[in-house]
Design a protein around this ligand. Structure first.
Ligand SMILES: Cc1ncc(COP(=O)(O)O)c(C=O)c1O
Length: 345
């Protein structure tokens, strides 16, 4: 039988045996009363890893980002983000829905091109404009193919934000991927944000869960907001136990990067496919299709057991993760070559 090779996302990983055992044996309590020792341990450890005072275990990355927006901002203000940001494209306009916050997308905020003009996007407080309150960064930037923002770029944004009395939130869903690519400590990146969200349920392999970290009073308010959003979980230690195992997996992400680079190098030689190899920095590969739409390509691959996602009319996204081996990648390459050759013939 055809083995499915699932390259749609790093969220598709299944919990390892070690994780399942940790979940089964987790000591639990009612976390809404603050009495779950496993959640408390995860929050303590996570805060330390990103060098923040406190942390909050949340069900999803989206909730982490939205709690950050809700907690940093009052209603009727603006939050700046990159025009490719996850908070802008993929979170159901939740900032408007739940926090009354308007997102203000800025092209190339993620790189030097947009950084130079960032100040021009801060609103004039003496006018009819909404007040600028927050800047959301995303590292790695998903919709840009998992590209990184360097510490000095983040520092430049943070300095400007401080000068203008704005807060900075970091959507660090894949911040450990960024740190590995940049060969820096994760704290060299998180230092330039007031709050940071990172996901346990992506490349790190946990089945559920993300972390929001920041100053103590900020996290205390975010905890209240989490309850208001229906995110107060009870014996959540079952899930936090998997999160604690996931925190030990950060170094493994390097293999995901190797697999992505191998995939990109192989596919870049295939006529009819185009890849910007400079953007293959972490665990994603964006491929432009020349002779068919992304949807057609996805369907043809799916019929051969290779699952990938579309990221535009002619753009397909491949994501490597713990549950695909280098051998799976090589098999996927062979299948892709056949599909494209058939189409080119
Ligand atoms: C950059 C980024 N931020 C936030 C999220 C949201 O995470 P979740 O799917 O856990 O809500 C994702 C999910 O893919 C993401 O890629």
């Amino acid at each position: 039988m055809l083995k499915t090779i699932d390259l749609r996302s790093d969220t598709v990983t299944k919990p390892s045996q070690l994780m399942r055992e940790a979940m089964m044996n987790a000591e639990v309590g009612d976390d809404v009363y603050g009495e779950d020792p496993t959640v408390n341990l995860l929050e303590e450890r996570a805060a330390k890893i990103v060098d923040k005072e406190a942390a909050l275990f949340v069900p999803t990355g989206s909730m982490g980002n939205q709690l950050a927006i809700m907690t940093h901002c009052e209603r009727g203000v603006e939050a700046i983000c990159d025009s490719l940001a996850h908070v802008y494209h993929y979170e159901m306009a939740a900032a408007a829905m739940f926090s009354g916050v308007q997102l203000h997308p800025v092209d190339n905020l993620h790189n030097d091109l947009g950084l130079g003009n960032l100040k021009d996007h801060f609103r004039d407080p003496q006018s009819f404009f909404p007040r600028t309150r927050l800047i959301c960064l995303e590292n790695t930037l998903n919709r840009d193919g998992g590209t990184v923002m360097r510490p000095e770029q983040m520092a430049a944004v943070y300095r400007l934000a401080q000068e203008y009395g704005l807060s900075v939130h970091l959507d660090g869903a894949r911040i450990f991927n960024a740190a590995l690519y940049l060969q820096c400590d994760v704290t060299d990146l998180t230092a330039y944000a007031d709050s940071v969200m990172f996901c346990l349920s992506k490349g790190l392999g946990a089945p559920v869960g993300s972390i929001l970290a920041g100053p103590k009073d900020f996290i205390a308010q975010a905890r209240r907001n989490r309850k208001a959003m229906g995110g107060g979980m009870r014996q959540a230690g079952i899930l936090a136990a998997a999160g604690l195992v996931a925190l030990n997996n950060t170094a493994l992400l390097i293999h995901d990067h190797e697999k992505a680079r191998h995939l990109a190098a192989e596919l870049s030689t295939v006529p009819g496919l185009k890849i910007d190899l400079g953007k293959v920095q972490t665990n994603m590969v964006m491929v432009e299709t020349e002779n068919m739409t992304a949807q057609e390509f996805v369907e043809k691959l799916s019929a051969q057991g290779v699952l990938v996602g579309t990221a535009g009319k002619f753009t397909v996204r491949f994501v490597t993760h713990l549950d695909v081996s280098m051998e799976d990648i090589q098999n996927a390459v062979e299948i892709i070559k056949e599909v494209v050759a058939y189409k080119n013939a």
